[in-house]
Each structure stands twice: as structure tokens, then as C-alpha cells.
Design a protein around this ligand. Structure first.
Ligand code: GDP
Ligand code: MG
Length: 175
């Protein structure tokens, strides 16, 4: 679907999390079904879109990428403005990226709308042999914070659609 006239709603979604966890590739996989080992080519792009159906409505998901501003507190409130959903991504093979998740949640609580729907995403699930974050730890954190939780692989595409669709369906049901 590409005709702008048929669009019922535009949903802004932000993708956040530490550098190199796979945010840009998640987005690329979801909007273009592409993956690049070297993601430099997509730097500077502010957002990408994909139009899809949620319960017979035509939804245009406008998904924003941080484009290298992941340093602590470098993402400005303009980035979060109007966002209805957030994908908070960490890398299952990098413990530090999960340890910083609480910080990113705090950023959302400060800068984003109170009703924002948040999905916690453990990306690079294909790197099972290098796993540094047990699924149970993330599940427990997500439950305590009221977040949805998915493990994905932007590389294989595993669960990427499911995670985005769940977030968008949830936004649809709350707005
Ligand atoms: P960002 O800084 O969070 O936007 O991370 P990128 O999307 O640029 O990805 C950082 C690096 O991780 C790149 O070399 C990607 O190819 C790689 N990468 C991203 N997603 C995955 C994944 O699901 N599995 C594996 N094995 N590598 C990934
Ligand atoms: Mg990136």
C-alpha cells in the first residue's frame, strides 16, 4: 500500500538503545526487508516508514532512528516529541547494553508522553552461543516496568515483524 490518501493514521515510533545493538538494522529489516553488516550507508536518515494494516485500518508507521546520538542524554526531547511507541533495543550478546536499559526507560519517562507504549527488544538472538543476557532477566525487568518483551534478529529477520506489529497493535488499541 503506498497511496497516502488511503492512510487512516500515522504513528511515530522511536528506536532507542545503546550504539551498535542493531537499531538501524531492525528498522531496515522492518521497512525494507534488508540487512547490512556495515550499516554506515543508513547514517543520517531521520526516519523510515512502512504502511500496513492493523484491524482493517491503514497505518503508516513512521519509525525514527537516533543516527549516532546514543551517548548518554544526547538524544533530545524533540526526538521523543509525538512518539506513540518506543522500541528499546539491547544486544543479547552484550551485557552492558542490557545494564543501560533502565537508563533508557528513565529517558522515556522524562521526555516522552506518559502513554507511550514501550517494547523491550533483545536483538542479535542469532548469537545464541555468545549470549550474555538470559531471557529470564529481561522478561522479569519488562514485567516489572510494564513493557512488552521480544527477542529478535535483524540478521535472520526472526521476530522483527512480530515485535513491530505487537507495538503498533498496542498503540492502535490505546489511541
Ligand atoms: P545501531 O548502532 O544500534 O543502529 O546498530 P546497527 O544497526 O548499525 O548494527 C550494528 C552492528 O551489528 C552492524 O555490524 C550490524 O550488521 C550488526 N547487527 C545488527 N543486527 C544484528 C543481528 O540481529 N544479528 C547480528 N549477528 N548482527 C547484527
Ligand atoms: Mg544506527
Amino acid at each position: 500500500i503506498n497511496d497516502d490518501e488511503t492512510i487512516d493514521y500515522v504513528y511515530k515510533v522511536v528506536v532507542i538503545g545503546d550504539s551498535a545493538v542493531g537499531k538501524t538494522q531492525m528498522l531496515s529489516r522492518f521497512t525494507k526487508n534488508e540487512f547490512f553488516f556495515d550499516s554506515k550507508s543508513t547514517i543520517g536518515v531521520e526516519f523510515q516508514t512502512r504502511t500496513l494494516n492493523i484491524q482493517s485500518k491503514v497505518i503508516k508507521a513512521q519509525i525514527w532512528d537516533t543516527a549516532g546520538q546514543e551517548r548518554y542524554r544526547a538524544v533530545t526531547s524533540a526526538y521523543y516529541r509525538g512518539a506513540l511507541g518506543a522500541m528499546l533495543v539491547y544486544d543479547i550478546s552484550k551485557r552492558e547494553s542490557f545494564d543501560h536499559v533502565a537508563r533508557w526507560v528513565e529517558e522515556l519517562r522524562v521526555h516522552a508522553d506518559k502513554t507511550i507504549v514501550i517494547a523491550l527488544i533483545g536483538n542479535k538472538a542469532d548469537l545464541e552461543e555468545k549470549r550474555a543476557v538470559p531471557s529470564e532477566d529481561a522478561m522479569e525487568f519488562a514485567e516489572n516496568q510494564g513493557l512488552y518483551f521480544f527477542e529478535t534478529s535483524a540478521l535472520t529477520g526472526d521476530n522483527v515483524e512480530a515485535a513491530f506489529f505487537k507495538l503498533l497493535e498496542e498503540i492502535y488499541s490505546v489511541v
